[in-house]
Design a protein around this ligand. Structure first.
Ligand code: 6PG
Length: 233
C-alpha cells in the first residue's frame, strides 16, 4: 500500500557526464539554500556505483564543509572497511578528502550486524536519527529491478505513517542479503529527493515507473515531489 501519490519531475541528460555535472550542481545549490536557511545542510547519500563520480566531483567543490551533515540511505551488512560498503565508496571518493567533521558523518553501524544482527543495527541508527528533522536533500539510486536504497520488490518498504525510520533487510536479492535501509516514509521526510538513474540497464525500471507500477522507487512520496535525473531518453 503506497501512502501519498508520488509527484515526479523527469530530467533527461545526454549522457552520464552531463547527469553527473547536473547532480553535482544540484547538491551544491541545495547545500547553499539549506545553509542560508538554517546554517546546516543535512544530506542523505545514495549507495551503489552511480554516485561515485558525483562524489569525486564534490571533493574539489568550494563548500562550507563544516556545515554539512552526512547520512546514509542504506548500508550493506559488511565489515567497516569492506570495499563494497556504501560508506567506504563515499569515503574513498569524497568524504576522506574534505573537512566535514567526523561527528557529522553518520555511518550506519552495520559492521555490528554480525554481532547484534541487522535488527539491532537498525535500532542503533534510529537512535542516531532521533530528533533529526526533515533532511534537506536525499539522493537515491534505482536498481534494475526498480529497488531504491535497500527497499526491494516483495519486501516491506515502510510506507505507512507508523513505519519505523530504519528497516533491517534479511534476504535482499542484490548481495549482500543483509542490509539496513531508511524506510520509504523516512526517506520522504525531506525538502528534496533526487534520484540518480544512469545506464540502459535501468530502462525497464524507468518504464515501469512511468507506467505507474507499484515499484519501491515510486513509494518515496515527499510533499514536494521527486526529481529524477536520467541519462537516456
Ligand atoms: C545499494 C544501493 C542501491 C543502489 C542501486 C543502484 O546498496 O546497492 O543503495 O539502492 O543505489 O542498486 O546501484 P548502481 O548505482 O550501482 O546501479
Amino acid at each position: 500500500m503506497l501512502t501519498g501519490m508520488q509527484t515526479t519531475r523527469w530530467h533527461t541528460y545526454a549522457d552520464a557526464a552531463a547527469l553527473e555535472q547536473a547532480a553535482t550542481a544540484w547538491i551544491l545549490e541545495a547545500a547553499q539554500k539549506a545553509i542560508d536557511r538554517s546554517s546546516a545542510f543535512h544530506l542523505v547519500l545514495a549507495g551503489g556505483n552511480t554516485p561515485r563520480r558525483i562524489y569525486q566531483a564534490l571533493r574539489t567543490a568550494p563548500a562550507d564543509w563544516a556545515r554539512w551533515h552526512i547520512w546514509f540511505g542504506d548500508e550493506r551488512c559488511l565489515p567497516a572497511d569492506h570495499p563494497e560498503r556504501n560508506s567506504r565508496m563515499a569515503a574513498d571518493a569524497w568524504l576522506d578528502h574534505v573537512a566535514i567533521p567526523a561527528t557529522q558523518i553518520h555511518v550506519m553501524p552495520t559492521h555490528f550486524s554480525t554481532i547484534v544482527g541487522a535488527g539491532e543495527t537498525a535500532r542503533l541508527y534510529e537512535n542516531t536519527l532521533r530528533g533529526q528533522g526533515d533532511f534537506d536533500l536525499v539522493l537515491l539510486g534505482l536498481g534494475e529491478d526498480a529497488h531504491t536504497a535497500s527497499l526491494f520488490p516483495g519486501h516491506d518498504w515502510g510506507t505507512s505513517a507508523e513505519a519505523p525510520d530504519v528497516l533491517a533487510v534479511f534476504d535482499a536479492p542484490k548481495p549482500p542479503p543483509e542490509r539496513v535501509s531508511l524506510s520509504a516514509r523516512r526517506l520522504a521526510a525531506a525538502r528534496e529527493v533526487v534520484f540518480l538513474v544512469s545506464g540502459e540497464g535501468k530502462r525497464q525500471a524507468v518504464t515501469a515507473w512511468r507506467a505507474g507500477h507499484p515499484i519501491p522507487a515510486a513509494a518515496i512520496a515527499p510533499a514536494g515531489g521527486v526529481d529524477i535525473l536520467v541519462d537516456f531518453a
